[in-house]
Design a protein around this ligand. Structure first.
Ligand code: GLN
Length: 213
């Protein structure tokens, strides 16, 4: 991985400043993300008001109910979040992934459009309300916890598939927006959050378009 040092960084101190990651804390599964990110050395801010978006380097939108998120955000919150996701690294899991999509189905609802994909809510049916499966992150096995999960039914040409389960893409990235239809915060494996933190540090230290590898 090529690390470019930005001119404005203090040269006497080779250490990177700690990234400040916001976790949207309107509802849902935000605390497990907070714990995981802190475990990985990030400073975490629980985001309850859109003004707080100014204080963070990246944002996690957790699982929950995407329709409820939309209601709680309101038009103004939605607009601010959309703007944020265009400018800074944003990672959505499950309901958060649904929010980041361009097209949402079952039923149709608004998406922030940060990732060019269509996503179908509650796509595994009632019998499979939740399940733990093994998928692949790149080429290596990864435990994946699915809870009333959506399925990504289309990805645009600019979208990179990071993880699959069976034939389905389950984690994707476009620019500095990343989404997973499962809950990496509920497994012990920290690689998915690490990948997001790499995206954040990469993006704030260079004008990176993709993952720092
Ligand atoms: N079923 C939820 C939705 O459609 C997502 C579930 C989750 O985030 N675990 O928004």
């Amino acid at each position: 991985m090529v690390r470019k040092r930005e001119k404005s960084l203090p040269t006497s101190n080779a250490q990177r400043p700690t990234a400040v990651i916001g976790v949207l804390a309107l509802q849902g599964d935000f605390d497990a993300h907070r714990r995981r990110l802190e475990e990985l050395g990030a400073k975490v801010l629980l985001i309850k008001k859109s003004e707080q978006l100014e204080d963070i380097d990246g944002l996690v939108i957790p699982g929950g109910e995407s329709g409820t998120f939309l209601n709680l955000l309101g038009d103004e919150g939605f607009k601010k979040l959309k703007q944020f996701a265009r400018l800074k690294p944003t990672f959505g899991t499950c309901a958060g992934a649904i929010l980041l999509a361009t097209d949402v189905e079952n039923p149709k609802q608004a998406g922030l459009g940060a990732i060019d994909m269509a996503i179908r809510r509650n796509a595994y049916g009632r019998q499979v309300d939740s399940s733990i499966r093994e998928g692949l992150l790149g080429k290596s096995p990864l435990e994946m916890v699915f809870i009333r999960a959506p399925k990504i039914s289309r990805v645009g040409a600019e979208v990179e598939v990071l993880a699959t389960e069976g034939k389905d893409p389950v984690a994707v990235r476009q620019g500095s927006a990343m989404a997973a239809t499962f809950h990496p915060e509920l497994s012990d494996d920290t690689r998915v959050h690490k990948a997001f933190l790499d995206l954040v540090t990469g993006a704030s230290h260079t004008s990176v378009r993709g993952f720092a590898r």
